[in-house]
Design a protein. Sequence first.
Length: 111
Amino acid sequence: MRVKVSETCRVYWNYRVVDLAKGEEVEGEFADHLVSTGVGVDIIEGAPEAQAPEPPAELDIEASAAAVLAWVGDDPERAAEALTAESAKDKPRSTLVKQLEKAAAVEPVEE
């Protein structure tokens, strides 16, 4: 698998902290890890759907970011539902909120 980082971030991988710049391309197991943990990346090559189980029928907003995004898929209505649920939490996950806003095609909330 090969992915492109969509926002600058810092992740933990292979017992160390790795800084990733927006636009950086990553491949192999590290790319799989980024997708499975819900880091903001765009898939360039490969099919994570073949590696992931079928998402549940109902949204579990307490699940991992990757599981929530798998449930959303490319459905803007599901993205909007997940965004509403995540935003209602006491401590919403900011990276997940950004990805859901993008998937739902809504304007980000200004703080």
